[in-house]
Design a binder for this molecule. Sequence first.
Ligand SMILES: N[C@@H](CCC(=O)N[C@@H](CS)C(=O)NCC(=O)O)C(=O)O
Length: 423
Amino acid sequence: MALVLHAGNTNKNGFKALIAAEYNGVKIELAKNFEMGVSNKTPEFLKMNPIGKVPVLETPDGAIFESNAIARYVARLKDDSPLYGSSLIEYARIEQWIDFSSMEIDANIGRWLIPRLGFAPYVPSAEEFAISSLKRALNALNTHLASNTYLVGHSVTLADIIMTCNLYFGFARILTKSFTSEFPHVERYFWTLVNQPNFAKVLDDVKQAETVPPVQSQKKPSQQPKEPAKPKEAKKEPKKEAAPKPKVQETVEEEEEAPKPKPKNPLDLLPPSKMILDEWKRLYSNTKTNFREVAIKGFWDMYDPEGYSLWFCDYKYNDENTVSFVTLNKVSGFLQRMDLARKYAFGKMLVIGSEPPYKVKGLWLFRGTEIPQFVLDECYDTELYEWSKVDISDEAQKERVNAMIEDQEPFEGEALLDAKCFK
Ligand SMILES: N[C@@H](CCC(=O)N[C@@H](CS)C(=O)NCC(=O)O)C(=O)O
């Protein structure tokens, strides 16, 4: 018998097991035609979970309820799965972060959100307490993530899966950008993880809440949806191979609209430029010798200050770059997230220093005379850097551009740990 998960396909508690299954190559089917408030009230369902809550996982050995327990089961289905760590201390730390994420993060997000949606009494002093408890927890998480890419060890574990699912619910519903910007390492962690392929197969199109939901009048028990309402698609049978891509739109059913034509990027509407970005990228990649004479000279011959701009960026939190691979991962994550600007940008990122703390400095060439708005809006890493426009009438600044393009070492008197190129 296959594993069958009973839950609607917007249930972040169900996502925990689905993501763990992607990592472990385990097949989980979603219960057919599951309908919240109906399917979980049947006598058959109550035999699996006497309080009728979802998710429930049916296994060949019987049912399991409680989403963390279900996710643990899936994580352990594969022998030696890295999701569960490789030593007693790692195992304990994974459990530590699972509990922290459930009790300190998820519970406080719920205490803030649920009364606002009218599903519990709204008490301002209780809300204040929930927010301050959540901030206290996020602050601790932020400090941990300043020098760790993952919660435990050097790869994704079940703790990251559960933490990310809980943050996902918060980010999607109530944790607006102005709230999360106080926790830049949590933001980096969250966006990096939701973009990992095994997460992205389950969590589709993650969008951060733009506003804190207004306080609604309290609903009667019968009106209370116990699980996020499903988008229309949820009633369809899940696809066989892949977990269905859920959406976090919970309390309001959305009408499905015909796909609108993709709006043109405003940068495509700029007057044509004599500089062809791809030509520069080709010249950069193909120049193997005489880099100064060929590539750098070629760059300035091509450069069009009316159609493009050059920017220096400086990481604001260099003091926290105490671990080399974490620093390198941060920079790689930034470059990954800049993928959306590939047609409009070229960049060099230098990780500087022979010992910690490492400095991260970069040079970016953007189409247009400003940093494109969609880059500022969609690539949150841009906020982690101080940006200054290169003044090309200043020879010293031009020389700094050359040194960065060339990976000149020493750079500003220091060795380079690494130089990464975005092209
Ligand atoms: N601690 C449980 C929470 C489960 C839970 O609250 N499920 C909600 C949907 S997200 C539910 O089934 N509510 C139905 C009800 O309360 O009757 C878990 O992690 O599985």
